[in-house]
Design a protein around this ligand. Structure first.
Ligand code: HEC
Length: 314
């Protein structure tokens, strides 16, 4: 019976165009039943059965295509909307107040789980802290150094040239502490994810209850922006969770905006300088083009204004 059904389907698919006629649709339901109940030893399947199979093929195709689309949306996560960041345009620079607040959010919230091993305290000087402030922040951390004269490793307070401390000893330790999931290093995350700033902002503020019918295993949280929809990071930002020293109201979305600005800066710390350099280069080049055009006309003037006359003498 199975092979007969496949044969019917195969033949029926060739008749897609005909199958869309209303007559075939009217016949489809009883005809499909007929096709299902036919046996391998049956002779040629009836015309109605072929129509029905064709229709089935078309419907299955449409459903299949829509399933593929849904699957890829769940697989890639919901597309993040576009937000207007202070550093979006070519002539824009980072909002350094936001970098400072963002560092505070990172330090008070994210640093418990995420390292930023490529960032050094000295890089914050002149960006969001004075040298004294950065030194004081570094000194609050403990760094293992050594060996000393006796060959022993020892701990000392952090200095400006040290990297940010990591909350874990290694990846296994990180996974063990997070139920098997690995909280990635955040130093380059904004550049490393597609549409980084918008994605991270949406991720941090996009937690919600799972839709009806979806149950997540313990330790996973529903977040439609995360590929797959189930993330091992709990919702971390809550209104008033961080106290800002500049008096900015610390709503969850404000914290997300600030920490994203900080992460964007840490991915491209030299962006401001490069933009200034780019503007200078463009100005310089346009000036040089002006000079070049003028000097070309000047040098060619005697040649272009000459007239060569040849007299032919017999
Ligand atoms: C309780 C620990 C914890 C804290 C605190 C935490 N995270 Fe996470 N984070 C995780 C874990 C675990 C993952 C890995 C999730 C996964 O793979 O399912 C993760 C993943 C991420 C990702 C990567 C998502 C991706 O696309 O792979 C980003 C970005 C992120 N966290 C940002 C932050 C920021 C910003 C903060 C601070 C506001 C923060 N996290 C605080 C545990 C934490």
């Amino acid at each position: 019976m199975r092979s007969a059904l496949f044969r019917t389907l195969g033949k029926g698919l060739g008749l897609c165009a005909e199958a869309s006629s209303t007559r075939a649709m009217q016949q489809s339901v009883p005809a499909l039943t007929a096709a299902m109940s036919s046996t391998a030893s049956d002779s040629e399947p009836s015309k109605a059965a072929r129509y029905a199979a064709a229709l089935g093929g078309v419907i299955a195709g449409i459903f299949g295509a829509s399933c593929v689309a849904t699957a890829s949306e769940a697989g890639d996560g919901l597309h993040a909307p576009h937000y207007h960041w202070s550093f979006d345009g070519v002539l824009d620079s980072y909002d350094h107040g936001a970098i400072r607040r963002g560092h505070k959010v990172y330090q008070q919230v994210c640093a418990a789980c995420h390292s930023m091993q490529y960032l050094h305290w000295r890089q914050l000087v002149g960006v969001c802290y004075t040298e004294e402030e950065a030194k004081a922040l570094a000194a609050e951390t403990e760094v293992e150094d050594g060996p000393n004269d006796e060959g022993e490793m020892y701990s000392r307070p952090g200095r400006l040239f040290d990297a940010f401390p990591s909350p874990y000893m290694n990846e296994q330790h990180a996974r063990f502490a997070n139920g098997g999931a690995y909280p990635p290093d955040l130093s380059l995350i904004s550049g490393g994810r597609h549409d980084g700033p918008n994605y991270i902002f949406s991720l941090l503020t996009g937690y919600r209850d799972p839709p009806a019918g979806i149950s997540l295993r313990e330790g996973l949280y529903y977040n439609p922006y995360f590929p797959g929809g189930a993330i091992a990071m709990p919702k971390m930002l809550v209104d008033g969770g961080v106290e800002y020293e500049d008096g900015t109201p610390s709503s969850a979305s404000q914290q997300a905006k600030d920490v994203v600005t900080f992460l964007a800066w840490s991915s491209y710390p030299y962006q401001d300088e490069m933009r200034v350099m780019g503007i200078k280069a463009c100005l310089m080049i346009s000036l040089l083009i002006g000079f070049a055009a003028y000097s070309k006309r000047l040098r060619w003037a005697p040649i272009k204004s000459q007239r060569i006359v040849m007299d032919v003498v017999n």
